[in-house]
Design a protein around this ligand. Structure first.
Ligand SMILES: [Zn+2]
Length: 140
């Protein structure tokens, strides 16, 4: 049986990577009383689930294994000079880009980080496969 490339990637990344925790919050209509589009609130003002707002927040936490480098990304050339960006960078699959872009919070090694830029890394065959995310530590 052939193993799909993405699954193969995940196995490699589990061995050599570390978990990057992605927290995403989504707002949905209250499953108990529902959401009234006209009044912009719940149908039951005393609903124990939504408290009358008609909306409930759901947070999902996913661990994505990535190769993480705790150092600034160095860009530029000897001619133009070098510039250092962020505190760390890590690599994700292109399929995971949306998850990271829409994340509410991202944690690496217990530190919350904010993505600064997403760079596409081409394969030798010209297609984009990997995205390098450069991030900085969020300071309170
Ligand atoms: Zn409700």
């Amino acid at each position: 049986m052939r193993i799909p490339l993405s699954l193969y990637h995940q196995r490699i990344r589990k061995l050599y990577g570390r978990p990057v925790t992605v927290i995403t919050a989504t707002e949905t209509n209250c499953p108990t009383c529902g959401y009234n589009e006209v009044t912009k609130s719940g149908f039951d003002p005393f609903c124990p689930v939504c408290g009358g707002t008609g909306k409930v927040k759901e947070t999902t936490s996913t661990d994505v294994y990535c190769r993480v480098f705790w150092r600034p990304l160095r860009i530029g050339t000897a001619l133009t000079g070098f510039q250092e960006i962020g505190d760390c960078y890590f690599f994700i699959d292109i399929e995971e880009e949306d998850t990271f872009r829409s994340a509410n919070q991202i944690f690496i090694d217990g530190k919350e980080v904010i993505p600064l830029r997403f760079d596409y890394i081409d394969t030798p065959y010209g297609e984009i496969e990997t995205v390098r995310v450069t991030a900085e530590i969020k300071h309170a």
